[in-house]
Ligand binder design. Structure first.
Ligand SMILES: *[C@@H]1O[C@H](CO)[C@@H](O)[C@H](O)[C@H]1NC(C)=O
Ligand SMILES: *[C@@H]1O[C@H](CO)[C@@H](O)[C@H](O)[C@H]1NC(C)=O
Ligand SMILES: *[C@@H]1O[C@H](CO)[C@@H](O)[C@H](O)[C@H]1NC(C)=O
Ligand SMILES: *[C@@H]1O[C@H](CO)[C@@H](O)[C@H](O)[C@H]1NC(C)=O
Ligand SMILES: *[C@@H]1O[C@H](CO)[C@@H](O)[C@H](O)[C@H]1NC(C)=O
Length: 512
């Protein structure tokens, strides 16, 4: 063999080997894909879910909660002196209440409007992403409730998206899809300085925590740019308007986050407490009012929060009995909404973690439907009751929209919990402090909160879909650093502020 021959022989061998390697790579990919799709079909809810994803399971009933009666009811009594700001005393009292709650708790600016061709392209990209998702064990969150029915909807929804894009250019962007990136311009306020609005129980800068990498993350939506939040821009946009958060303690976190974001965490002695205008008064005997409302005088912008843990109407059955049972009207929106909706321009509702038997029993709440005690056993199951109420309240709000042309209504999807190895009261923990260790990207089209996604479908209420993006932020909870929790009890439900709820508000800002 001449050297030339030898050389070409070697080259052929190399080429052959390459081809063989190529074929085996293709084979491996194919096998993976098949197995992936197969697993997905047979066990869609668990195939590639990190174990923590069970948070989407309906609330268990063993969680016990006791909250002072009266806290959750519409407060009666006379307005004496509104606490102008979140002062020390209020915060302290709060933490006691929240400790209870905690123990329970185990409680556009668009880049551009895509043309229809770009939409097709996006759709193809989406499908590729989905397929990639199924074949590789990447960190993308899966819908926990996938089933064949669901898949059909999923496809149908994609078509919806392209048609609705043409009609509502501002809704083209799905802000829920995207990734977390490190950004040195975060956080938007200081957790040690925003004392006026931020309760110390949520300010992780005031705790023993030493790792603050979680504060530096920014959410970057995939198919659009998200307008940078600026307090002054927010206030200008909200001139003469009112933003209302109505929901549980996670809603309250979003409210405090918003107040800190607007003010940049700076003292604002000029901001007015207008709680009494919305019926927020400190009950006699000094409990917690059932909400807070503040007004920025320069733009006449009001930001408020109303406590409604289950987003339905709660009525005492016997007003003169302090230990009375309460009718929990699953099919009626909170009285606050019926009374004040005309004063609200942007409404953000949420519920979720309070739907457990312990809390209902502790509060003496009795489910009612059509004004009478519920006799439907199926509906009495907490997951069904919760789903029913979310649907009822969302559709009631939607029905009110024509009467309130200035109103934009949002339902905020479930904020995920991250208890590992137990519940809040059985040693559950969330010890990780390293951001993005369980993932950094969300590519799914539909919300991980199936109930919320289903409830807003076909209504005028928009979904503020924060579930999947918050799910990959397991390091952002208060965890073992809680000031008020008893030893060994971790808070893997509430978030450190500044933190994840700031992102919910950035999305909200981009959507209004
Ligand atoms: C705000 O409301 C006041 C009183 O109704 C009105 O005079 C003013 O023009 C309004 N400002 C804007 C920007 O709409
Ligand atoms: C503030 O805004 C409200 C509407 O939200 C309006 O009724 C009221 O007149 C405004 N007040 C002033 C002083 O502009
Ligand atoms: C309501 O409660 C009061 C005080 O406990 C009691 O005297 C009264 O009989 C109750 N009324 C009804 C209708 O049960
Ligand atoms: C939730 O409630 C709606 C409306 O009542 C119903 O159509 C839907 O099937 C329910 N979903 C679940 C998961 O129960
Ligand atoms: C989290 O840390 C606590 C102690 O701080 C420990 O008891 C617990 O086992 C840890 N949890 C996990 C899942 O590692």
């Amino acid at each position: 063999m001449t050297p030339l021959h030898r050389n070409s022989f070697r080259m052929k061998r190399v080429a052959l080997r390459r081809r063989a390697r190529h074929i085996s790579v293709v084979l491996v990919v194919l096998v993976c894909a098949t197995v992936g799709i197969w697993t997905w079909d047979t066990a869609p809810s668990s195939a590639f879910l990190p174990p923590q994803s069970r948070f989407l399971k309906l609330q268990t009933e063993e969680e016990v909660r006791r909250i002072p009666s009266g806290l959750n009811t519409e407060t009666k009594g006379s307005y004496s002196s509104a606490t102008p700001f979140v002062n020390k005393a209020e915060t302290k009292e709060d933490s006691t209440i929240e400790q209870v709650e905690h123990e329970v708790v185990s409680e556009p600016k668009h880049g551009k409007t895509p043309t229809s061709r770009e939409n097709k392209l996006q759709q193809v990209k989406r499908e590729v992403a989905i397929r990639k998702d199924q074949t590789t064990k990447t960190t993308h969150i899966k819908e926990t409730h996938s089933d064949p029915e669901r898949t059909k909807q999923f496809v149908a929804k994609k078509d919806d998206v392209s048609t609705s894009t043409a009609r509502f250019p501002n809704q083209a962007c799905n802000y829920a899809k995207g990734k977390w990136v490190v950004d040195n311009h975060r956080p938007l306020y200081s957790g040690s300085h925003c004392k006026q609005w931020l309760a110390s129980m949520w300010a992780c800068r005031l705790m023993q925590r030493t790792d603050f990498a979680f504060e530096r993350l920014r959410w970057q939506p995939k198919d659009c740019s998200m307008e940078e939040f600026e307090g002054s821009k927010f206030l200008t946009r909200m001139k003469n308007r009112t933003l209302a958060f109505v929901g549980d303690s996670l809603g309250r976190q979003q409210f405090q986050s918003m107040m800190c974001m607007i003010t940049g965490g700076k003292e604002r002695p000029d901001v007015l407490d207008v709680g009494p205008e919305f019926g927020f008064i400190t009950p006699e005997g000094g409990g917690r009012p059932n909400g807070w409302a503040y007004r920025f005088p320069e733009t006449n912008t009001t930001v408020l929060y109303h406590w409604s843990s289950t987003l339905c109407d709660i009525q005492p059955l016997n007003i003169s009995d302090p230990l009375t049972e309460h009718a929990m009207h699953l099919d009626r929106p909170p009285a606050f909404l019926r009374q004040y909706l005309h004063k609200i321009n942007v409404l953000v509702m949420n519920t979720g973690h309070h739907w457990n038997r312990g809390k209902l029993n502790g509060n003496r709440w009795v489910m009612h439907v059509n004004g009478v005690p519920n006799a439907d056993k199926k509906l009495a199951a907490l997951g069904n009751a919760k789903n029913f109420t979310i649907h009822s309240t969302v559709s009631w709000v939607s029905s009110q929209l024509p009467r309130h042309p200035g109103l934009k209504a949002f339902y905020r999807s479930l904020s995920p919990r991250h208890f590992v190895g137990g519940e809040w009261n059985t040693g559950g923990s969330c010890n990780n402090t390293t951001p993005m260790s369980i993932g950094k990207e969300v590519l799914q089209e539909e919300s991980s909160d199936y109930s919320a996604g289903h409830a807003v479908k076909g209504t005028g209420v928009k979904l503020l879909d924060i579930t999947a993006l918050s799910h990959i932020r397991d390091e952002g909870h208060i965890s073992r650093f809680s000031l008020s929790a008893s030893k060994g009890v971790q808070d893997c439900l509430h978030w450190c502020l500044p933190g994840v709820p700031d992102t919910w508000n950035e999305m909200l800002f981009a959507m209004i």
